[in-house]
Design a protein around this ligand. Structure first.
Ligand code: ADP
Length: 404
């Protein structure tokens, strides 16, 4: 099935057009600066043909019109008729407690995504805009929503309840949700394929380390705990987010510096993390370069980043009663042997023996532990778009079979 996968953000839409049977990406691209008169669309076709142009793209409707137009384009396109877009799969950040899997988009689903806007005000409205634009532009094409939170919905209550008055959970749904679920699901499944062991028999710790970072304890195929919580701010240190802190610090800084809610929100989400500690950059490549140049705060940011991941490896090994595999993925996890080595240093007691040669080798997907290491450590490039496309094809095929 040919599926258009859309990731609609506030001012950008990323897309991939995927043939799910062959898993080929027929075309991919993005529209950036939506809302501006100099928005930019860049598009790459499977044969390498590339096109980039600027246009006035004032909203998501127009952006998706451009995406469909470029897929249909004589010179740069990959289809001849709109109907060749057999389904559309959307990334939706927050599915709340309603969605523990991907679903066909119906009016009821749209309503529920709307209800969850309060939980993800920075993401869900834009995801929804993409869905509504497609409904208008491709009214006969089935659409599927794939939620970042869904994979973590099977977490047990003791892992998702905060130590707050229980009424706050009932009243405002304040609980831990977790994010990056599509990535944790993909890499844990892929690890079981690479290791040749059914996922039902594996205790896997997955570490998605990109600009946003999170880990999950995936026990026998189920996410039983994850580091992000009510929002993506909890857990690991990230590019610009603080991760875990004592919540009393928020009140203390607000008092000391006279910060408003918006200012403290920006402090925790945009000025903390690697950037905040190093004062240099939120980008791990620059942190590592500065660290090599002898910058002590870049070294500190690197150390805090790795230390917290190591701490959660210990925690999740305890949660699962052991660990069989650890997976590193996303920008930092896939590309930084230094980070992987630092995290795994001192974990020999758990049965982890890193093979430096494998850790430094250029392969993208690999096992980086020695053959006799009891716990296998893997590097697996994440592929959230593929998961969205495959979920979409599966759900749409079932619906079509039932309506025949
Ligand atoms: P996003 O969460 O926005 O999708 P990515 O998964 O692309 O982000 O990850 C971005 C992070 O990956 C940045 O911190 C970047 O520095 C880091 N990164 C990319 N390549 C390397 C590398 N070779 N070494 C270290 N870090 C890298």
């Amino acid at each position: 099935m040919k599926v258009l996968v859309l990731n609609s953000g506030s001012s950008s839409i990323k897309y991939q057009f995927i043939e799910t049977t062959t898993r080929q990406v027929l075309a991919r691209g993005q529209v950036e600066r939506i809302g501006m008169d100099d928005a930019v669309l860049s598009h790459v076709r499977i044969d390498g043909d590339t096109v980039k142009f600027s246009a006035e793209i004032l909203d998501h409707n127009i952006a998706i019109e451009y995406v469909v137009a470029i897929l249909l384009s004589k010179n740069h396109g990959v289809i001849k008729d709109k109907s060749e877009i057999e389904a559309v799969g959307h990334r939706v950040v927050h599915g709340g407690e309603e969605f523990s899997g991907s679903v066909l988009v119906t009016d009821e689903v749209i309503e529920k995504i709307k209800e969850n806007i309060e939980l993800a005000p920075l993401h869900n409205p834009h995801n929804l805009r993409g869905i509504i634009a497609c409904k208008r532009l491709l009214p006969d094409t089935p659409q599927v929503a794939v939620f970042d939170t869904a994979f973590h919905q099977k977490m047990p209550e003791h892992a998702f309840i905060y130590g707050l008055p229980y009424e706050l959970y009932k009243k405002y749904k304040i609980r831990r949700y977790g994010f990056h679920g599509t990535s944790h699901r993909y890499v844990s499944k892929r690890a079981s394929e690479i290791l040749g062991v059914p996922i039902e028999k594996l205790r896997i710790i997955t570490a998605h380390l990109g600009n946003g970072c999170s880990m999950a304890a995936v026990m026998y195929g189920v996410s039983v705990d994850t580091t992000m919580g009510f929002t993506p701010l909890e857990g690991l240190l990230m590019g610009t987010r603080s991760g875990d802190i004592d919540p009393a610090i928020v009140l203390y800084i607000m008092g000391k510096e006279g910060l408003s809610m918006a200012e403290v929100n920006a402090l925790l989400n945009k000025h903390s993390g690697l950037l905040g500690i190093s004062g240099v950059s939120s980008d791990m490549r620059e942190i590592i370069e500065e660290m090599r140049n002898g910058n002590p705060r870049a070294r500190l940011a690197f150390d805090v980043f790795c230390y917290r991941i190591k701490k959660y490896i210990g925690a999740y090994s305890a949660v699962m009663g052991g660990v069989d595999a650890i997976v590193f993925t996303a920008g930092i996890g896939e590309n930084s042997p230094d980070v992987r080595k630092k995290i795994c240093e001192g974990l020999e007691f758990l049965g982890i023996k890193i093979d430096d040669e494998k850790n430094n080798s250029p392969e993208r997907e690999k096992i980086i532990t020695t053959d006799d290491s009891l716990v296998k450590v893997l590097v697996i490039p994440t592929n959230e778009e593929l998961v969205i496309a495959l979920d979409t094809a599966e759900i749409v095929s079932k619906v079509l079979a039932n309506t025949k």
